[in-house]
Design a binder for this molecule. Structure first.
Ligand code: ZN
Ligand code: ZN
Length: 256
């Protein structure tokens, strides 16, 4: 019996995979140790990651259980959202922002570990599972062009492209622009952060008209949700340009 073309394809594919693995052993996204499966996390790092799960604030995704708020359930809002609704309609995050997840994000942002994109985007896909059913457009939070030159890639853009491939929802990387460079927000309080990002973002009207931003339900992608200053600034400007809804997914979020 001869070998069918499909079988040959499979054999060649297997050989090529083995070849690639030999050349580039997969490394843990956290500590860089060599792991046995592609895009995996080593056992130590996995144990150090805190994934966010229900019950959550229906709006900002604040995890009640991790915060020791056991009596709150699904559909409830956290104290912060009750006091003042954010400009974005909802937010979800995959991980608690702590020492464990900070390592991943730093490697992804500054360490040229773009190979972590499939892993992180799988986490984002799950975190935002309620959003994909009726979303029209995926938009990454932009970097200023000088920062983009320094890093060579926008990590949120890589995630947006990967999520677009997985969901079939269109993404656009330049309709939302960073008009001026902002200082690093680390170490700034909520009101200083808000001041710092005020007027920092803009929408390219020509692109917005071409891709149909008016009336669109947007999913915004960012790395970390801290005070929400950046997400709120982006949501405000997108809504001013006609977006019907802006929901946010981040890799991690601060839980206080
Ligand atoms: Zn590790
Ligand atoms: Zn909330």
């Amino acid at each position: 019996m001869g070998i069918l073309p499909a079988q040959i394809g499979r054999i060649v594919g297997n050989v090529m995979q083995i070849g690639l693995r030999t050349v580039l052993p997969p490394r843990c996204g956290g500590c860089g140790a060599i792991t046995d499966t592609v895009h995996a996390v080593c056992a130590d790092c996995w144990a150090g990651l805190r994934f966010i799960s229900d019950p959550l604030c229906a709006c900002c995704g604040y995890p009640f259980e991790l915060a020791g708020d056991d009596d709150a359930g699904d559909g409830f809002l956290c104290g912060e959202c009750l006091r003042k609704s954010p400009a974005f309609d909802a937010a979800r995050a995959a991980l608690v922002y702590d020492n464990g997840s900070r390592d991943y994000l730093l490697r992804f942002k500054h360490g040229d570990r773009t190979d972590l994109t499939p892993l992180l985007s799988r986490w984002l896909l799950l975190a935002g599972q309620d959003f994909w059913g009726d979303a029209d457009l995926i938009i990454p939070v932009p970097l200023h062009r000088t920062r983009l030159l320094m890093r060579r890639y926008n990590q949120s853009g890589l995630l947006a492209a990967s999520l677009s491939r997985q969901t079939g929802i269109a993404w656009h990387g330049t309709v939302l622009r960073r008009l001026r460079k902002t200082r690093s927000l680390g170490g700034l309080g909520p009101s200083s952060r808000k001041r710092e990002v005020g007027g920092a973002f803009g929408v390219d009207d020509r692109i917005a008209a071409r891709i149909g931003l008016a009336g669109a339900r947007v999913v915004l992608i960012d790395d970390v949700l801290t005070t929400g200053a950046t997400a709120n600034a982006c949501a405000r400007i997108l809504k001013r340009a006609g977006a019907m809804q802006v929901r946010l997914i981040t890799v991690a979020r601060v839980v206080r």
